[in-house]
Design a protein around this ligand. Structure first.
Ligand code: ADP
Ligand code: MG
Length: 576
């Protein structure tokens, strides 16, 4: 079905005043000069979820340089740039019926805008206008035959892209420039450099890098934008300072956190949690102007916290918890209501199970009895009456036996001094390395490791039906950032702090459906996740939705967060 512009416009004009259901006639594709508009799905009534529409321009007409739109990673960065251009275009022109999705501070792989070998495409949701249940045909014609092609040409014709006037850049109030994030080439180059630095971390035995000059604090507890005034720019302690020169010629200096155990100490309100939160987010690349562009963390790093009340299914938490008074086997620990300590142990072993090579832990969100036990308490309660082996006793073997590093914020206890390779003290947001002093204070004995506490746990194999609720209808959907509805159950993800965009939550819902087809009473949870990762690497996020023409708005979640959802699903059942 391929009609011309005048066709769609005249159809819409003729539909004006008719009942809403008649909109379904406009399904199809339409050419507007270089722009093709695809009307893939038409909403049945004005209150239903919006209609699905795509706009597309072929490469030849778009005129983009191929050197920054060919490699997979470059396409993700370039698509992110165009997504932001489209977003500011829609806002500037107040096009409220057209929904492109909202970009955040991270550059994520998403379905909203994609670049492929043939061209450039945006996937939109459009609220087709109505008065009551009557079609507003003239307005609909404006939206579909004027606004959409204009949007496509603003995003996808290279010559139309906004260029930041260098002389004026940085001038306050230059919303346009800072939102678009410099120009396209710089956006792609920044992304390349960030990925190169992230790769460099692995080769150099580093866990994270925090560039000098970085702005870590955010504007407020509910804003991810950088703090505007009074932010103290990051400056590395000289002993941890590291300079990297990237192949682009860009040279960066900042704090390198080595693999191993790093403890961050300091007085209350001196910026400890702020650093840790920046490291959590550092698994994703950030846009220019964010302040965290050069906060780069190795990609598997996972934040671990206590989360009492969560469900746990068959986790081996025995390295931390044993001999429960109930007699429960902690090598396959199952509960519908975990405590602070058991939930934190579960979060930790699950993260390691999916391949986390580093853990990020904040005292503010930890269970004290999971983390430490002081000498008097050890004297008072005999070891055989205490099921918990605190994390402080496991943090070193976790590194030496399993290669899992930890960055830990601990301002309230010196217990971790003797197991730390590095102790960093924050004083009014300024870090200093205080390892020697901390080691002296505890009369440093060489931290020797107790036996093989981390034996490789049994793979957990979900049952074939675990993820297949009885109803035939679409079973999983995201409810905002922090929840997935799965069949009749709700999966609570508010404690999963490295989930940063609600579209990732949608990605998780899609991934659960995808995995429902994989589980067959034999495939383990980690094997299924690896299969999803391979598919995502090969097909992009579109692959999650079975490559529907219009996949909706989905962003790529990490395997860690997909696993987090699966592990919190109360219906998860395992083969014994
Ligand atoms: P802590 O965990 O040490 O108690 P936080 O990290 O929670 O401290 O920070 C306390 C406050 O200081 C927060 O409001 C935070 O936004 C602010 N803050 C953190 N780092 C900086 C900084 N570099 N410059 C200015 N303010 C900061
Ligand atoms: Mg704190």
């Amino acid at each position: 079905m391929n009609s011309q512009r005048s066709n769609l416009a005249s159809t819409l004009h003729s539909l004006d005043g008719r009942s809403y259901g008649n909109y379904k006639q406009i399904r199809g594709s339409y050419e507007f000069g270089p722009v093709t508009v695809f009307i893939d799905r038409v909403q049945v009534d004005p209150f239903a979820s919006p209609s699905k529409v795509r706009v597309r321009i072929d490469r030849a007409e778009a005129g983009f340089p191929t050197d920054i739109t060919s490699e997979r990673a470059d396409r993700i960065a370039a698509a992110d740039f165009l997504f932001r251009v489209g977003d500011s275009f829609l806002h500037r022109n107040d096009r409220r019926s057209i929904i492109l999705g909202r970009p955040g501070q991270e550059v994520l792989e998403r379905t909203n805008v994609v670049i492929d070998d043939e061209g450039f495409e945006a996937r939109l949701l459009v609220n087709l206008p109505a008065r009551g249940r009557r079609i507003l045909g003239h307005q609909a014609a404006d939206i579909l035959t004027r606004d959409l092609p204009e949007l496509a040409e603003a995003m996808f014709v290279h010559a139309n892209l906004p260029q930041v006037d260098k002389a004026n850049s940085g001038r306050p109030g230059q919303v346009n420039g800072s939102q678009a994030g410099e120009n396209l080439r710089e956006h792609v180059q920044l992304h390349r450099d960030q990925l190169e630095l992230q790769n460099h971390l692995g080769e150099a035995g580093l866990l994270a890098f925090v560039g000098n000059g970085a702005i870590l604090p955010r504007r407020s507890g509910d804003s991810d934008l950088p703090m505007e005034s009074n932010a103290v720019a990051f400056a590395s302690p000289s002993s941890l300072e590291h300079t990297v020169t990237l192949s682009s010629g860009r040279s960066l200096t900042g704090m390198a956190i080595p693999r191993g155990v790093t403890v961050i100490v300091g007085g209350g309100y001196h910026g400890k949690s702020t650093i840790l939160r920046a490291l959590e987010r550092g698994v994703y690349p950030h846009i220019a102007g964010d302040g965290r562009e050069w906060v780069i963390t190795e990609p598997s790093a996972t934040s671990i916290r206590a989360e009492d009340g969560r469900a746990v299914t068959g986790d081996d938490i025995s390295p931390f918890i044993n001999n429960l008074p109930s007699g429960t086997d902690t090598r396959a620990f199952t509960t519908t209501n975990a405590s602070g300590s058991t939930s934190q142990a579960a979060n930790l072993v699950e993260a390691v199970e999916v391949g986390a090579r580093s853990l990020l832990i904040d005292e503010d969100t930890s269970a004290t009895n999971f983390m430490i036990r002081d000498d008097r308490m050890r004297a008072l309660i005999p070891a055989d009456r205490e099921p918990i082996t605190p994390f402080v006793d496991r943090i070193r073997p976790l590194f030496t036996h399993r290669g899992v590093s930890t960055v830990l914020v601990a301002g309230g206890s010196s217990a971790f001094f003797e197991v730390a390779d590095h102790v960093i003290a924050l004083d009014a947001y300024v870090p200093q390395e205080v390892t020697e002093k901390a080691h002296e204070l505890v009369g440093m004995k060489s931290a020797d490791d107790t036996g093989e506490v981390f034996t490789t746990p049994q793979p957990r194999v979900p049952t074939a039906k675990a993820l297949r609720p009885s109803s035939k209808t679409k079973s999983a959907k995201a409810k905002g950032l922090g929840q997935v509805q799965f069949g009749k159950a709700f999966i609570e993800l508010t404690a999963v702090s490295q989930l940063v965009d609600p579209q990732q939550t949608t990605g998780i819902a899609e991934a659960l459906e995808y995995m429902a087809e994989i589980f067959d009473d034999r495939t383990s949870l980690t094997e299924a996740l690896a299969e999803v990762e391979d598919m995502l690497d090969a097909q992009g996020v579109d692959g999650l939705t079975g490559n529907r023409d219009h996949p909706g708005h989905v962003a790529r979640p990490r395997a860690q967060e997909i696993a987090a959802a699966l592990n919190r699903f109360r219906g998860l059942r395992l083969i014994d």
